[in-house]
Design a binder for this molecule. Structure first.
Ligand SMILES: [Zn+2]
Length: 226
């Protein structure tokens, strides 16, 4: 099947090229744009100049569509237990298994106040056996009155240290790379811009179907899953 092989090779080359581009973004060889669109309004990009205006950052609020409302309604069905936990304690620890090596690990659940934004629940898992660390952000079921679209123009490597909160319901787009990550593909994360790019790279390495023009069907699938 020489033709099939050639097609596979082409896809593999395309993925490798894309991963290379993603890695180089960290050095900001040329300005690029990060767009986080979150119908729940629970995502955030740090303005290091706050409360002064940040010319590189544009945040717009929008009214959700009926479809987005329906999607969010289903996405928060797990919220009551989180709300209960939120009431119970500011730090909570429970036992889990490492998602990498399955060894017993512990997850710390804590409330974190994000400056100039709001309080979120962060679940951090550290595995002593293999060193795997994850953090996941839960919005605790609260949904803002409007959706948010955050556009950050990245012009300098110092932008990589900006805090980024991406909720479990947002999509992430980098138009310069023709890249769009569907809603919910990465889960909720509180990280830096550099950390987010690393997570995207790892996700693409694991699941190249998030790449480029093939992302549209993936997005539709995600919506169906909800
Ligand atoms: Zn582990």
């Amino acid at each position: 099947r020489p033709r099939l092989q050639a097609a596979d090779e082409e896809v593999a080359n395309k993925i490798e090229e894309f991963i290379g581009k993603l890695k180089r973004l960290k050095e900001v060889p040329s300005p690029f744009t990060l767009i986080i669109d979150d119908p729940s309004g629970n995502s955030f990009v740090e303005n290091p100049l706050a409360p002064q205006k940040d010319e590189a950052l544009v945040v717009t609020h929008y009214k959700r569509t009926a479809q987005q409302d329906a999607m969010l309604g289903l996405a928060v069905t797990q919220a009551p237990s989180l709300r209960a936990a939120q009431r119970a304690a500011s730090v909570l620890q429970f036992h889990t298994n490492c998602p990498e090596c399955n060894a017993p690990a512990s997850t710390n659940m804590k409330l974190v106040q994000i400056p100039h934004f709001k309080e979120v629940i962060i679940m951090a898992t550290n595995c002593d056996a293999c060193g795997h660390r994850t953090n996941e952000v839960k919005s605790g079921g609260a949904i803002e009155a409007q959706g948010t679209r955050i556009t950050l123009r990245i012009t300098d490597p110092s932008d990589m240290t900006r805090d980024v909160l991406k909720s479990e319901t947002c999509s992430v787009e980098i138009p310069e790379l023709d890249f769009e990550l569907g809603m919910g593909a990465l889960g909720g994360k509180f990280t830096t811009l550099e950390g987010l790019l690393k997570d995207i790279k790892e996700l693409v390495e694991r699941n190249p179907f998030n790449l480029g023009d093939s992302s549209a069907p993936g997005r539709a699938e995600k919506l169906r899953e909800f």
